[in-house]
Design a protein around this ligand. Structure first.
Ligand code: ATP
Ligand code: MG
Length: 381
């Protein structure tokens, strides 16, 4: 089968790698060059979008910020999975909130802001601190403002008004003002749904962010009741979108309650550990779902963790001498803060995983991984 992925980044690359043993032929549409490329060798081109759509048996996406005209063409071909509606919902925080509210899924208190009047209403409705997030095009903490003190109001509004004024009229932008949640931790669920409505979910993953960007994900063995709560929300959200493929949901955990932060209609950074920690990884299960093949097990086969490599193209090769450590580079050129690769590590038990994580973190240079060792050391206590 031939699969065209919209987007030619690391997620398309890892789908391509996972698809090879299944004899799936994966091409990627690079939204910047508007060319269909080999996701493993971006230099090779196979023509434009129209020929890519024509050639493909199935079309899917590796990210949600895809122009609506591209989505419309793919949807019209009848090959796009998940649907353009599902992708657009994941790319617009306003639509996400409507979806969550319509299924009574708990999320942070919020207010949509397009004008100064809306902004003032948000300040009345929500209590400080407040986080403001652009409705469209936000990722890795970009397009966000935080307000801790009422004296910041005019300055924050000024910046947001300038940002809103830049939006194209055909793509009306807005800001979602959200109550800052005093969470105990952040977790996510990566799950997969087939066209027949069946679903499977990977174990909840604990996520540690640094400056708004994912730094470490931990998938531990646990019989957590939270898993059932998250799986129930996953079924509501994925069912509500009539979703096909892998979908990720990010949560804030407050006590024993999960509040949805956001959804991602695609394979997700917090699911990269599944490459070594599950029988069938998120990339393969996504392909199995969109190609209508039977799904593989999402059970944890061994406690695992992932560390993001951000803004550097070297890590000490000694890390490969540690047991159950594997390196995944994305073949990208270096830019500050850019996601360049990730490191997976596994253990036979949670204790062994922590031991290996500590050893691994000690080998990683503090200037490139400033918060990894402090986070893991604090967790282990
Ligand atoms: P990413 O692409 O990494 O998922 P993003 O740009 O889509 O990021 P969010 O996930 O909404 O943005 O926010 C990034 C991080 O900021 C969250 O993981 C969390 O740490 C913090 N954050 C966002 N919203 C809130 C909130 N309402 N309360 C507390 N913290 C928040
Ligand atoms: Mg997020």
């Amino acid at each position: 089968m031939k699969v065209l992925v919209l987007g030619a980044g690391q997620l398309a690359r890892m789908m391509a790698l996972a698809g090879i043993p299944l004899n799936l032929n994966i091409k990627a549409y690079d939204v910047a060059s508007k060319q269909v490329v080999d996701p493993l060798n971006l230099a090779v081109t196979y023509g434009d979008l129209a020929s890519g759509i024509n050639e493909a048996d199935v079309i899917t996406a590796e990210f949600e910020h895809i122009s609506h005209d591209v989505l419309a063409l793919c949807q019209a071909s009848g090959k796009l999975k998940p649907s353009s509606t599902a992708i657009k919902t994941g790319g617009d925080r306003r639509l996400e909130k409507i979806l969550l509210e319509s299924h009574n899924v708990a999320n942070a208190k919020h207010h949509i802001v397009a004008t100064r009047q809306d902004f003032d209403q948000a300040l009345t409705k929500l209590s400080l601190p407040i986080i403001f997030k652009s409705a469209l095009e936000g990722y890795d903490g970009k397009g966000q403002w935080r307000m801790k003190d009422a004296s910041q109001a005019d300055g924050v509004w000024q910046e947001m008004a300038e940002f809103l004024a830049q939006a194209k009229p055909e793509n009306p932008q807005a800001i979602v003002a959200e109550q800052m949640v005093q969470f105990d931790r952040e977790v996510s669920m990566v799950g997969v749904r087939k066209a027949d409505g069946s679903t499977l979910a990977y174990p909840l993953t604990e996520n540690h962010h640094s400056n708004g960007v994912l730094s470490v994900s931990l998938a531990l063995a646990s019989d957590n009741a939270l898993q059932a709560q998250a799986a129930d929300i996953f079924d509501k959200v994925a069912g509500g979108l009539d979703y096909v493929g892998v979908l990720a949901i990010e949560f804030f955990q407050v006590g024993e309650q999960l509040l949805v932060n956001e959804i991602a209609p695609r394979v997700h950074n917090s699911g990269h550990w599944t490459q070594q920690g599950a029988d069938v990884c998120q990339f393969e299960n996504h392909l199995r779902s969109v190609c209508d093949l039977p799904l593989g097990s999402t059970a944890l086969i061994r406690p695992s963790a992932m560390i993001n490599v951000l803004g550097t193209d070297t890590v000490p090769t000694d890390i490969l001498s540690l047991p159950s450590v594997s390196m995944h580079w994305y073949g990208k050129s270096k830019r500050p803060g850019r996601k360049m690769g990730h490191i997976n590590v596994s253990g036979a038990s949670n204790e062994q995983l922590y031991q290996r994580l500590i050893e691994l973190a000690r080998l990683l240079p503090a200037e490139d991984f400033p918060d990894v060792l402090p986070y893991i050391s604090a967790k282990q206590q």
